[in-house]
Design a binder for this molecule. Structure first.
Ligand SMILES: [Zn+2]
Length: 254
């Protein structure tokens, strides 16, 4: 008697789960946002995913708030996967120093980055840190890089003198519009993407030849791995502009 009651309860439980999974399954088409987290050593990211788009977005500098808002807005309309740094500051604590998250995407870059705010390291300790970063980077990039020829879009803001002219020496092709502010621009690493992006009105540069001194930025790591990479850079606070630039990239690179 007791056994059959247990069986009955199990049956009810199974039916309940079955109905719930059907409901969850039927929601898929509405492409709800889902959220998880990932770490690259001490650099933490929220991963926000919506819909089926292969495109990935990354926000690396916590003080560039406009870029965060622009990505969230873009995801609502176009879908994709966004990696959003969980930091309010540009630099993130690492061991007993701090690092710029966009300077640790190569071993050489990491070496410079971890010494920037802590020039002296005890013998042997710097190698341990670099090995750890190498290992973590490999895992992080395998999660970050898009599948099936998707595009990786890094979204940044500037608030100092930085502008497209600073990038010209690293660029192989350039399409500048004098009517555009030089602080609003797009960098890409794929020549076919450049052809598509340069027909628009924005400042666009192609960077498909890595510099001799790799500075550890994500763009070169993406390039080395054959990933289509685009950087959308606008002045801090120019949210509408950045939203429009993201939309332009999305529509141009379909
Ligand atoms: Zn930035």
């Amino acid at each position: 008697m007791k056994r059959s009651k247990t069986q009955y309860l199990l049956y009810r439980l199974f039916t309940f789960h079955f109905i719930i999974s059907l409901l969850v399954g039927s929601d898929r088409g509405k492409s709800k946002m889902s959220s998880t987290t990932i770490n690259f050593c001490s650099i933490e990211f929220d991963i926000v995913k919506k819909g089926e788009s292969n495109n990935c977005y990354i926000w690396l500098h916590g003080d560039e708030r406009t870029a965060n808002l622009a990505i969230r807005h873009h995801l609502k309309y176009y879908g994709g996967t966004a990696f959003l740094v969980k930091s309010k500051d540009r630099e993130v604590p690492y061991r007993d120093t701090k690092i710029d998250p966009n300077r640790v995407f190569s071993r050489k870059g990491s070496f410079k980055a971890i010494k920037k705010f802590k020039p002296e390291w005890a013998p042997g300790t710097i190698k341990v840190a670099l090995d750890e970063l190498d290992q973590a980077r490999k895992q992080f990039l395998s999660e970050l890089f898009p599948d099936s020829n998707g595009v990786l879009v890094a979204v940044h803001n500037n608030f100092r003198g930085y502008n497209v002219k600073s990038e010209l020496k690293y660029s192989t092709k350039v399409s500048l519009n004098p009517k555009e502010n030089p602080r609003d621009f797009i960098i890409c690493t794929d020549s076919t993407d450049f052809e598509k992006l340069s027909v628009g009105t924005y400042n666009v540069v192609l960077q498909d030849r890595p510099p001799e001194k790799d500075n550890g930025s994500l763009s070169w790591a993406a390039f080395r791995n054959g990933i289509r990479y685009v950087n959308v850079e606008t002045r801090l606070g120019w949210l509408t502009k950045q939203k429009k630039m993201l939309e332009f990239v999305e529509e141009s690179l379909q």
